[in-house]
Write a protein that binds this ligand. Structure first.
Ligand code: ISJ
Length: 122
């Protein structure tokens, strides 16, 4: 089918618009995959930090380190034209989850109960 300007349409959408939308969504899917992989690597590192802290009786959270990270990330966001408030919220969201993991690891050290490590309880 053709619209009034002679462009091909499918389901009321120009083929060119449909094509551009599909290409943009392909890129979005690739970016989302990269974000998932990067987060998985970050959590691998933070789990190791959590075990190190538990082994050496260090507290799960380090507010001074977090404050430095927020300053740095806000600057990076600004230069990348990303909303710094959004970058800060995202970092705080991730860090809160990391601290929860660290608290769990520290608790496991105290009780000797290692949840989710695949070890059989006995
Ligand atoms: C990973 C750490 O533990 C916590 C989590 C942080 C993070 O996810 O970046 C930063 C500081 C800590 O509150 C750390 O101390 O480096």
């Amino acid at each position: 089918m053709e619209n009034s300007e002679g462009s091909r349409t499918t389901g009321g959408l120009d083929e060119s618009v449909r094509g551009e939308l599909a290409a943009l969504r392909d890129s979005i899917d690739n970016i989302d995959a990269a974000v998932v992989h990067m987060l998985a690597e970050r959590f691998k590192c933070t789990q190791r930090v959590g075990r190190l802290k538990a082994d050496h009786q260090l507290p799960p959270a380090d507010p001074a380190r977090e404050a430095r990270q927020i300053i740095r990330l806000r600057e990076l966001a600004e230069s990348a034209k990303l909303d710094p408030a959004f970058a800060e919220k995202l970092l705080n969201f991730i860090i809160a989850e990391v601290i929860r993991h660290h608290e769990t690891i520290a608790g496991e050290r105290l009780t000797g109960d290692v949840a989710g490590d695949g070890a059989a309880a006995g």
